[in-house]
Ligand binder design. Structure first.
Ligand code: UGA
Length: 454
């Protein structure tokens, strides 16, 4: 099947590459010519395990191409995915300008039946707006008789595991209209996704609004679990309980389950923070206040300070003359994404209090430089006090404490004796509860984790 993907961001690139890998011919459109050139030259705008290999293979075999030619992209395929960005507006609502621009481009150039697949995370009701945007363009061209169907097919990809999530989905949500065009669109999408449904049917067909809502409901539920666990962890610290034991104690109840119950330094990334705020904003637009979502967001903001708070408790508010090793910068392992990363909050607090920082991350250093340049636009001179090192142990040398922010695998079993020799103080502040408190304290460390100070 021929497929067009509009937008080669995270979602678009993974979707395009994986659909090509399944044997389809995929045309990836992006208006950013530099990005198109980079991709055509074999470069990668993001780091995602396994993606580069798939792209290379499919470009070489002629099933995947990148271009900025809008007219050609519309002509190429009956199925047009919209996978452009939906940044947060001032009030937390999703900014739909790129989504609607994509709809207008399709309306300007289409000549035959199109299925327009909303893949970007968009508020309930967006498909109607895209439909309208297309119709206006068709009407202007005197082609309002052309048929099309706008459907919702939200993505459930996790960064760092996106290829695997795409190739082995636990569900495929399709929101379609119950009319002739909608049924035609559904038949096409079922054929496209048939490889995922061989063993059992994973497709959930529903109306468009429910599909749009499902995406936000999933992320809001997951974010709520994390904020709830972080609240419990902060209380566990005060009452002398260990949140890790509590996690195991409650996770064994199948109604609760083990996954997504890890307390830490707060959730980051491009999805949870944005989607929680956008859903609250949608509720507000409909005159409904979602108190839980406001609390989830507020708890998360506070949780991002948990590591800096522990530093200040130990060393006081003035950190001049002190230096800290930071392990992990990306908002989670296996990605270089620094959007809303808790490390930014920590490093912001440390540098502003006068400390020096030696930071390590396996892949996110370049993105960190860009992110911190933004965060320190008011005081760029403070960035002289951060240095990036190639090996985790280099960061620790002479530092007053080790602070673990991201749970990359290579931080999981440090050589404790070497660590103790390298540090000025035997202090580990662990934002991911990676270590066994008994083992680390037995090795002579002071160990401050999240919800484990019993
Ligand atoms: C999330 C969802 O998990 C995906 O299902 C969804 O498709 C995606 O958003 C999206 O909307 O595009 P992602 O943001 O890539 O995926 O990352 P997650 O692995 O879900 O982690 C999000 C944040 O929660 C990270 O900062 C992570 O450290 C934190 N987290 C996760 C916890 O603090 N505790 C946990 O138990 C789990």
């Amino acid at each position: 099947m021929n497929i067009t993907i509009i937008g080669t961001g995270y979602v678009g690139l993974v979707t395009g590459a994986c659909l090509a890998e399944l044997g389809n011919n995929v045309f990836c459109l992006d208006l950013d010519q530099r990005k198109v050139d980079l991709l055509n030259a074999g470069g990668m705008p993001i780091y995602e395990p396994g993606l580069k290999e798939i792209i290379e293979r499919n470009v070489e075999e002629g099933r995947l191409r990148f271009s900025s030619d809008v007219e050609a992209s519309v002509a190429f395929a009956n199925v047009q995915y919209i996978a452009v960005g939906t940044p947060s507006g001032e009030d937390g609502s999703a900014d739909l300008q790129y989504v609607l621009a994509a709809g207008r481009a399709i309306g300007r150039h289409m000549r035959d039946f199109k299925v327009i697949v909303d893949k970007s995370t968009v508020p309930v009701g967006t498909a109607d707006k895209v439909r309208q945007a297309i119709l206006e363009q068709l009407a202007e061209r005197g082609m309002a008789h052309l048929q099309y169907s706008v459907i919702s097919n939200p993505e459930f990809l996790k960064e760092g595991a996106a290829v695997d999530d795409f190739m082995r989905p636990d569900r495929i949500v399709l929101g379609v209209d119950d009319d002739a065009q909608g049924r035609h669109a559904l038949a096409i999408m079922r054929e496209l996704y048939a490889p995922f449904n061989r063993n059992h049917e994973r497709t959930r067909v529903m109306d468009v609004r429910s599909a749009e809502f499902t995406k936000y409901a999933a992320n809001a539920m997951l974010a709520t679990r994390i904020s709830f666990m972080n609240e419990l962890a902060n209380l566990a610290d005060r009452v002398g309980a260990d949140i890790e034991l509590v996690r195991q104690g409650i996770g064994s109840d199948p109604r609760i389950g083990y996954s997504f119950l890890y307390a830490g330094t707060g959730y980051g990334g491009s999805c949870f923070p944005k989607d929680v705020r956008a859903l609250a904003q949608t509720a507000a637009e409909y005159g409904h206040e979602m108190k839980i979502l406001a609390a989830v967001d507020e708890v998360n903001q506070r949780q991002k300070n948990v590591l800096a708070d522990k530093v200040f408790e130990q060393f006081g508010p003035d950190l001049r003359g002190l230096s800290f090793a930071v392990w992990g910068l990306a908002f989670k392992p296996n990605t270089d994404d620094m959007r809303e990363a808790p490390s930014r909050t920590l490093i912001g607090a440390l540098l502003r209090a006068g400390a020096g920082v030696a930071a390590h991350d396996p892949v996110a250093v370049e993105q960190t430089r860009l992110a911190l340049a933004e965060d320190f636009a008011d005081r760029p001179e403070l960035l002289q006090n951060i240095r990036y090192v190639d090996k985790p142990m280099e960061a620790v040398q002479g530092a007053d404490a080790l602070i673990v922010v991201t749970e990359w695998k290579n931080y999981r079993s440090p050589h404790l004796a070497a660590l103790k020799t390298a540090l000025m103080n035997p202090l580990i502040i662990d934002g991911r509860n990676l270590y066994d408190p008994h083992q680390v304290t037995a090795a002579g460390f002071t160990y401050l984790a999240v919800g484990r100070n019993n």
